[in-house]
Design a protein around this ligand. Structure first.
Ligand code: WTA
Length: 653
């Protein structure tokens, strides 16, 4: 039996770890050795909770301290926050920095030069490793290739790659020369890729011949070719050879990555651009309330401070950890906590190419055992998916190396939390349930290793973050009252704007309650001040942790010749969290039948990508709409769940 932290080290809580207690206490040794406790002690605080409260009250002092400790600057900043153009906040804006300097350059000047940065395992089981030095050299080479293609500071490069080391290399190479990357998740398809290339106006696209998932080839190059047919802006396509199957290469436009990397222009020496802190690092498209996905913009300076701080304090990454974030680099979790965060901290990390159940449902546990993974960060949907196969699979493996677990992407149901804690963590690894968003850049509401946990709650706001739950009028909600999740103060890793659409940035995030950031989630706080995130209040559906807009699914359906009108809603699903259900009005002359339903499901999968495939298509004669013509998805959802339909006063008669 492990000894657990004495109540005095965890703040004002006094319960113990017995069955009666609502709390799970972290192991005493883990608390004692945590990065966050060391910092609190150094600063002279009685406990971590006191430090957390100070960090929120004095958030500018806290972030200034983090910006100095966690990262290096070419030129130090003199001003922490510039709010003169709020909500277009600027952080550290007279400092000069580059995230690649902190992720690679500074390490190769130390003993970490030879430390393993990345251990990559393919779905087939072979692996590739990169020391910091090797990764540094590869990034330099590819940065020179990009430069030779005319890519320069301020340009945007679209990256559409599977989970291979080249995605990390490509992203870092862009950042190194001050170009923005726009990564499109490899599970998206033609339409999604095309709109993102167009909006970003990328001249250069980086893709692969294909990727592996579940033993099958994903035809990335073919999808890219189709997307580019409608994107005249693209001049160059760089193709990584992954599967080796035959693909069409268009003369003068398509070039093999490996061949470019062998040319003399791909020199291993490349200066890192010294950039303003507010220089854009990337944009990442995400689904919003209405219309087309929006390109959220993150910058070099503040973003890296937020990411490095949270990885250090909340996932407690240390020099000797073997860290594994099982997300996709094409998702914000992968951007922050695979590509940039671990490298900034000089950590060793594992990256796995394929499906968790390939070839058998013990694949992940096998990886944990073989590499001695110490910190695992994943999504509830993956836990639920693996839980279905039973305990025998993980029990075949020695998971004793694990010391801390993380969860992200959607609320984790207590049943999955307990399974993750007991079976994977052997009752000995606290779970950091981290709430955040593409917009926030890094973790916002999350436990740290010293926090007493409640299954299903993200506990409290993280350091320097002033989060709350309010009612529609913006007033602080009482305990256990559902309300809107908001953030009162700006934070360094916040999005800066929506690409090409600053008005939408203000309207979407800063208008509902003037002066505060509205996240788009509903939540409540309990009597201990713990947050319970309920879910989205807009038309975003979280499917297996991926964020999809009802508008995108509907537009994919309407692009089929048989469909006159369509509506999409999310309904609860045991593994995926939510599944997409759709309602379709057919055009005259089309007959509603099973074949057409199958064809429509396949059509959405082809246009948007497999993750967006609807669970069901229901043919209907009409859709409930407001008098102004907006589909009332709320009513459809209530009907589907057999719940009261609520206020129908605006329903069209
Ligand atoms: C949801 C993912 C509950 C939430 C990093 C948020 C969560 C949206 C959690 C952002 C969590 C994320 N508990 N809900 N721990 N983490 N969410 O932009 O609805 O893909 O607004 O960023 O995911 O999704 P996004």
């Amino acid at each position: 039996m492990t000894e657990h932290a004495a109540p005095t080290t965890v703040g004002q809580f006094s319960a113990s770890n017995d069955a009666e207690s609502a709390f799970y206490y972290p192991p005493a040794a883990l608390v004692e050795n945590s990065n966050v406790l060391a910092y609190a002690r150094e600063k002279g605080f009685a406990d971590v909770e006191a430090m957390r409260q100070w960090s929120i009250e004095h958030y500018q002092d806290f972030w200034a301290d983090m910006a100095t400790r966690m990262v290096d600057w070419y030129m130090p900043f003199s001003k922490v926050l510039d709010d003169s153009k709020a909500p277009f906040y600027q952080w550290f804006n007279d400092g000069k920095i580059n995230i690649v300097h902190n992720a690679l350059d500074r390490h190769v000047k130390t003993w970490r030069k030879n430390k393993l940065a990345l251990i990559w395992e393919s779905e087939k089981g072979d692996n590739k490793t990169y020391s910091y030095w090797q990764l540094f050299k590869r990034v330099n080479k590819f940065a020179n290739v990009l430069k030779s293609m005319g890519v320069k500071k301020g340009d945007t490069v679209t990256i559409y790659l599977p989970r291979v080391p080249e995605i990390v290399i490509a992203m870092l190479a862009c950042a190194k020369i001050g170009a923005m990357h726009s990564v499109v998740y490899g599970g998206f398809s033609v339409e999604a890729l095309q709109t993102r290339i167009q909006d970003a106006q990328s001249r250069v696209v980086i893709t692969a011949d294909g990727g592996y998932m579940n033993g099958k080839v994903v035809e990335l190059k073919k999808i890219t070719d189709d997307a580019i047919k409608h994107s005249p802006v693209v001049e160059i396509v760089i193709v990584v050879k992954r599967t080796g199957h035959e693909v069409e290469m268009q003369q003068g436009r398509d070039l093999w990555y490996e061949e470019l990397m062998a040319l003399p222009i791909a020199s291993t020496k490349c200066e890192t651009e010294q950039l303003d802190a507010e220089h854009p690092l990337y944009m990442l498209y995400t689904s919003g309330t209405t219309g087309a996905p929006k390109g959220l913009v993150h910058t070099h300076g503040g973003y890296q401070v937020g990411v490095a701080t949270t990885l250090h304090f909340n996932l407690d990454i240390k020099e000797d950890d073997v860290y594994w974030c099982a997300a996709d680099p094409g998702w914000v979790t992968g951007h922050s906590y695979i590509v940039y965060g671990p490298l900034m901290l000089g950590a060793t990390q594992v990256m796995y190419e394929g499906a968790p159940t390939f070839p058998f449902p013990n694949r992940w546990w096998n990886i944990v055992e073989r590499y001695g993974v110490t910190v695992l960060y994943t999504a509830p949907t993956a836990i639920r998916g693996l839980m279905r196969f039973g305990e025998a699979w993980p029990n075949r493996h020695d998971l004793g190396s694990l010391r801390l677990l993380g969860s992200v992407g959607e609320p984790i149901n207590p049943e999955a939390w307990r399974w993750y804690h007991r079976v994977i963590g052997r009752n000995n690894c606290p779970i950091m349930d981290t709430w955040w968003q593409t917009e926030t850049g890094s973790m916002m509401i999350t436990p740290n290793p010293t926090t007493p946990l409640k299954p299903g709650s993200g506990t409290r706001a993280s350091f320097g973050i002033d989060a709350d739950v309010v009612n529609d009028q913006g007033e602080h909600a009482s305990d256990d009252e559902d309300g809107l999740l908001i953030i009162r103060n700006p934070w360094p890793s916040m999005l800066r704007t929506i690409y090409n659409n600053p008005e939408r940035y203000i309207e979407q995030y800063w208008s509902r309650i003037p002066g505060v950031y509205t996240a788009g989630d509903s939540a409540r706080k309990d009597e201990d001040g713990y947050f319970w995130v309920i879910g989205r209040i807009d038309d975003v559906i979280k499917v297996s942790g991926y964020r999809l807009g009802t508008a995108e699914v509907e537009s994919a359906l309407v692009s089929h010749p048989s469909v006159a009108e369509a509506a999409a809603i999310g309904l609860p699903h045991e593994v995926k969290g939510n599944a997409i259900h759709t309602f379709v009005i057919l055009k005259n002359g089309y007959e509603a039948n099973q074949d057409l339903e199958d064809a429509l499901i396949a059509h959405v999968g082809k246009v948007m990508g497999p993750i967006a495939r609807p669970e069901a298509v229901q043919f209907v004669p009409s859709l409930p709409k407001t008098r102004s013509g907006k589909i009332m998805r709320r009513v459809l959802k209530a009907r589907a769940l057999g719940l009261p339909e609520g206020d129908l006063s605006t329903l069209e008669q």
